[in-house]
Design a protein around this ligand. Structure first.
Ligand code: FAD
Length: 364
């Protein structure tokens, strides 16, 4: 893990703010990290990956998140694509596709559509068999990393069921349009993807298709939620470090900011947020690694707690830095914009709360 973290640090250096402003991470750098297996570090060694546990990969994800949420977002997408292929693909598909994802190719995952956001069950993308081919028609929105991707894992209706299909980004009929000026994670390559009669060999259907939509989406989202949760821990660590350093040195009214009790309370809040989000993520990853049936609930809880804590924590950090952090290019300003988006993706705050409330009712 130390080597993996060092490899990420050595490539990000102090460039995250520039990438954020430019809206782009150098694709060669993403491919280099991908080729080291670091963008989807849980892929088993048998398929060319590093075979990290969820707990170890989580710490790596938090490290990436503390440096650059855009890079961490690309990692989340790559990991989600790999996990979906691992869980839903046949052996031949796993053997073919996973080494590509640990060998420098990049992937994105698409379930959301313009009229199917939280209510993903209403998606209208159609995937149909036509002889030995499969044909895909639809329009996905906000696919993280699609602006960089070689492969798109696309979910859609498949007869009375659903399917996930692996679409090469350069297949005829695929059009990828960058989302312009996103609020945060600006260099994560978000794109809307139009699929117009995209014809592929039927071998591109993961597991032959015909699974339940709920199973498909839950598979991808479980991984995504865990990854986002750890990424938010990283945001909190970056905010805590920046706020503490500033409060320790900046003086007003004859003493350091940290010696003013109201500012000190902000630091305490940040520490509590970082520690509690870390513990929730560690617990969820342990459930994941132990194969515990509690994993779904633990993951939703970790995602919700980490995302809301990161959004509040980033706001607190900006408050402590004040004018020193109130400008693009500062780590807390970037965290403030990035963290807000974490309350929307992989199950918004409200959707997570609904899932948690349903669980609470089963305890009655
Ligand atoms: P809506 O569903 O319209 O929701 C609007 C508001 O209403 C939200 O606050 C929501 O919580 C609330 N709401 C909706 N239904 C309920 C309800 N039943 N009860 C209470 N409140 C409710 N999609 C992908 O497929 N792949 C990606 O890689 C991807 N990456 C993304 C990255 C970013 C930065 C963003 C912003 C989005 C991304 N998305 C991606 C899309 C994301 O999954 C959706 O934005 C998300 O599911 C919410 O859908 P929506 O934006 O249409 O909001």
């Amino acid at each position: 893990i130390a080597d993996a973290m060092a490899a990420v640090s050595a490539r990000v250096l102090d460039r995250a703010a520039d990438w954020d402003l430019a809206g782009e991470i150098p694709p060669s750098l993403l491919r280099e990290l991908g080729d080291m297996g670091l963008l989807c570090a849980e892929v088993p060694a048998a398929f060319g990956g590093l075979g990290m546990t969820s707990a170890v990969s989580g710490e790596l994800t938090a490290h990436a998140g503390s440096l650059c949420s855009s890079l961490r977002s690309v990692m989340t997408s790559q990991g989600m694509a790999a996990w979906t292929i691992l869980r839903l693909g046949g052996l031949a598909q796993r053997r073919e596709l996973l080494p590509r994802l640990t060998g420098g190719e990049l992937a994105a995952v698409g379930f959301s559509e313009r009229d199917a956001g939280s209510d993903v069950a209403t998606m209208s993308t159609l995937i149909r068999r036509d002889g030995d081919d499969v044909v895909v028609d639809g329009a996905k929105v906000w696919m993280t990393a699609a602006g960089y991707a070689d492969l798109l894992v696309v979910f859609g209706r498949f007869g009375d069921d659903a399917a996930a299909v692996v679409v090469p980004a350069n297949a005829p009929g695929v059009r990828i349009e960058r989302v312009r000026d996103p609020l945060g994670c600006r260099a994560a390559g978000h794109a809307n993807v139009l699929l117009d009669s995209v014809r592929l060999p039927a071998g591109h259907l993961l597991g032959g298709g015909g699974q339940s939509l709920q199973l498909l989406v839950t598979t991808a989202l479980s991984y995504g939620r865990m990854s986002v949760a750890w990424g938010c821990v990283g945001i909190l660590r970056a905010c805590l470090a920046a706020a503490s350093a500033h409060a320790k040195t900046r003086q007003q009214f004859g003493k350091t900011l940290g010696e003013h009790q109201l500012v000190a309370r902000h630091l305490a809040d940040l520490l509590i947020a970082e520690q509690s989000a870390t513990r929730a993520c560690e617990h969820a990853s342990k459930c994941w690694d132990d194969g515990s049936s509690d994993v779904v609930m633990a993951t939703v809880l970790a995602k919700h707690l980490s995302a809301t804590s990161a959004a509040a924590g980033a706001s607190t950090a900006v408050q402590v830095l004040a004018s020193a952090g109130a400008q693009d290019g500062h780590v807390v300003a970037r965290a403030y914009r990035d963290a807000k988006l974490m309350e929307i993706i992989e199950g918004s705050n409200e959707i997570c709360q609904l899932v948690l409330a349903q669980h609470a009712l089963t305890l009655a």
